[in-house]
Design a protein around this ligand. Structure first.
Ligand SMILES: CC(C)(COP(=O)(O)OP(=O)(O)OC[C@H]1O[C@@H](n2cnc3c(N)ncnc32)[C@H](O)[C@@H]1OP(=O)(O)O)[C@@H](O)C(=O)NCCC(=O)NCCS
Length: 327
C-alpha cells in the first residue's frame, strides 16, 4: 500500500462579520453571555447571493496555490457540507468545473460537523489503495442560511466558511489511525426537521420554522465531550501512540467549553490545541480544515508533528484521525 500526505492547505470566510454586539441588537443576549458560554466573539456570514460552492472555490484555489498544483493535477474533488448549492447535483462537481478541472471524479459527503473527519479518512483510503493519486478535500458551509435568526439558542453559534486540503500519494504515510462512529437513534437532537423525504417542505413546516436548525444544546454538549475523549483515546490506541506523543490537536470548534473539558480529561495542554472559535464560531465541516490552514500559516505545524483531528456532530456522529505531518 502507498502512503498519503497533505501537500496544500487553504481557507476562506465571507467578508461580512457578525459580532456578539450585532446579536445583542437582534434578541435578548449579551456579549458576556456568549463569550463565557461558548468562547465565540464573531462569525462570518455570507451575503444572500453567496452559495457554498463560492466559499469552497476560494479555499480550493488557495490550497492549489500552496501545493503549487493546477486544478487538473487533482484526480478527485470531495466537498463535505450540510448545505450543498442544490440537493443535486453535487457541489463538488460545481467546484471542480469552476476551477477548470474537466472529467474529474467529484462527490459530496454529508456527515454534519464530523464531515471533515470522515472525509479525510475516505480521501486517505482512496489514495492509500491506489484509486486516486491526488484528492482535493473541502469542508464548506453556509450555516447562516440554516439558522433561525430569531433563536438565541442557535443563531449565536453558527458561521460560514471553507477550508481545503490537497492530499497526495507518498512513500511515507501520514495517516496513522482513525476512529469513526455514529448513533442515529436520536436524529432529533440536532437536525433540520423539514425539507427531506421524512417531512417535505410545506407552508405549515415553514410557519413552524422546521426548515431551520433544531438542537437540544445540553444533550449535544454532554455527548460531544464524551465522544471527543473516547474517539481520541481509541484513535491513538490504533496508531500505537500515547497522549504525550501528540504535538498538536485540532478539534471541531463548536464550543470552547467543550474543547476545554475534553482537553483537560485528555491531559493535553492548551498550547498544543488549536482554537479559533472566537473568530468563526461553528462552521461545521469547515472548522477543522480552516484551523489547520491557519495553523500551517502561523508556523504551528512542524515537519514530523503528530496531529489529532477530532470532531462530532449531527447523526449523532464522531471521529478522530491521527496524522503525522510530512517532513
Ligand atoms: C447551546 C449552549 C451554548 C447553551 O449553553 P448552556 O450553558 O448549556 O445554556 P442552557 O441551554 O443550559 O441555558 C441556560 C440559560 O441561558 C439562556 N440562554 C440560551 N441562549 C442564550 C443566549 N444566546 N443569550 C442569553 N441567554 C441564553 C437559556 O434560556 C437558559 O435560561 P433559563 O435558565 O432561564 O432557562 C450549549 O449547550 C452548547 O454549546 N451545546 C452544544 C451545542 C453544539 O455543540 N452544537 C453543535 C454540535 S456540532
Amino acid at each position: 500500500m502507498t502512503g498519503v500526505k497533505i501537500v496544500g492547505v487553504g481557507h476562506y470566510a465571507p467578508e461580512r462579520i457578525v459580532d456578539n454586539h450585532d446579536l445583542e441588537r437582534w434578541f435578548d443576549t449579551s456579549d458576556e453571555w456568549i463569550t463565557s458560554r461558548t468562547g465565540m466573539k464573531r462569525r462570518h456570514w455570507t451575503s444572500e447571493s453567496e452559495a457554498t460552492s463560492d466559499l469552497a472555490l476560494v479555499a480550493a484555489q488557495h490550497a492549489l496555490a500552496s501545493a503549487k498544483l493546477d486544478a487538473n493535477d487533482v484526480d478527485a474533488y470531495i466537498v463535505c457540507t450540510v448545505l450543498p448549492d442544490y440537493l443535486f447535483p453535487a457541489t463538488a462537481s460545481i467546484v471542480a468545473a469552476r476551477l477548470g478541472a474537466s472529467d474529474k471524479a467529484a462527490f459530496d459527503m454529508e456527515i454534519g460537523c464530523s464531515g471533515f473527519i470522515y472525509g479525510i479518512t475516505v480521501a486517505a483510503a482512496l489514495i492509500r489503495t491506489g484509486v486516486f493519486r491526488r484528492v482535493m478535500l473541502i469542508g464548506a458551509e453556509t450555516l447562516s442560511k440554516l439558522v433561525d435568526r430569531e433563536d438565541r439558542g442557535t443563531a449565536i453559534l453558527f458561521g460560514d466558511g471553507a477550508g481545503a486540503v490537497v492530499l497526495e500519494a507518498s512513500a511515507e504515510d501520514s495517516f496513522l489511525g482513525s476512529e469513526l462512529g455514529s448513533d442515529g437513534s436520536r436524529p432529533d437532537l440536532l437536525n433540520i426537521p423539514a425539507g427531506g423525504s421524512r417531512r417535505p417542505i410545506t407552508h405549515a413546516a415553514l410557519d413552524a420554522k422546521e426548515d431551520r436548525i433544531h438542537m437540544e444544546g445540553r444533550e449535544v454538549f454532554k455527548f460531544a465531550v464524551t465522544k471527543m475523549i473516547a474517539a481520541t483515546d481509541r484513535a491513538l490506541e490504533k496508531a500505537n501512540l500515547k497522549k504525550s506523543d501528540v504535538d498538536l490537536l485540532i478539534p471541531h470548534q463548536a464550543n470552547k467549553r467543550i474543547i476545554d473539558a475534553a482537553m483537560k480529561h485528555l491531559e493535553i495542554p492548551p498550547d498544543r490545541v488549536v482554537v479559533n472559535i472566537q473568530e468563526y464560531g461553528n462552521t461545521s465541516a469547515a472548522t477543522i480544515p480552516i484551523a489547520l490552514s491557519e495553523a500551517v500559516r502561523d508556523g504551528r505545524v512542524k515537519p514530523g508533528a503528530v496531529i489529532v483531528f477530532v470532531g462530532f456532530g449531527a447523526g449523532l456522529s464522531w471521529g478522530a484521525v491521527i496524522w503525522k505531518w510530512a517532513a
